[in-house]
Design a binder for this molecule. Structure first.
Ligand code: IMP
Length: 176
């Protein structure tokens, strides 16, 4: 396998990710059977995780998309860009928000607040990665997260640095 020069090391391999996604898919299948949930992908970082996860959920579901952005290079810009008018129709629905990573939690806490204003029947947040040591919104957690990591900047499997590396099949530590 050819590893780009900017990747310091592989943190999670394709196989490790596959295993976690299958486990989570199984859990969500049990939880949402018969409920026709709406899985909402937070663009763009969650797109690869989302496409694998929905195929690991073996019950009928629908999909939606919502776009946010906050990072410039490897630094959080501080602000969160998200347009509430672009939230899919979630009123009365069982909604599962699918995100790539929780870092400061500014993004997801804002997204959660926005979504709750639209009266879903239930709201669950699942994420691929969690960096608890970077948290700025106190006590904010996902309902499910696949991997907890230290304060590292990671790319691959949908995560980027300036739009690059999203297509790596593994999650790697970025060499700044
Ligand atoms: P938060 O608002 O600080 O929790 O940041 C969430 C967003 O920042 C995520 O959706 C990612 O797009 C981006 N982000 C945070 N950490 C990383 C990282 O290590 N690699 C790539 N993107 C990251």
């Amino acid at each position: 396998m050819c590893i780009p020069e900017k990747i310091e090391k592989i943190l999670f391999t394709e196989e490790q990710i596959k295993e976690k996604v299958a486990l989570l898919g199984g859990e969500l299948t049990k939880e949402y059977g018969g409920k026709n949930p709406l899985f909402v992908c937070i663009l763009k970082g969650a797109v690869v995780f989302f496409s694998d996860l929905i195929r690991a959920v073996k019950c009928p579901l629908e999909v939606g998309f919502f776009r946010t952005s906050s990072y410039v290079g490897t630094d959080s810009s501080g602000g969160v860009n998200a347009d509430e008018r672009e939230i899919p129709d979630i009123e009365g629905r069982d909604v599962v928000i699918v995100e790539d990573i929780i870092d400061t939690a500014r993004t997801l806490s804002k997204v959660k607040e926005m979504f709750l204003r639209h009266d879903p029947r239930s709201l669950r947040i699942v994420c691929l990665l969690d960096k608890p040591s970077r948290r700025e919104v106190e006590n904010f957690t996902a309902d499910n997260s696949c991997f907890e990591i230290e304060d590292l900047f990671v790319v691959g499997y949908g995560l980027d640095c300036d739009q690059q590396f999203r297509n790596l099949p593994y999650i790697g530590v970025y060499k700044a």
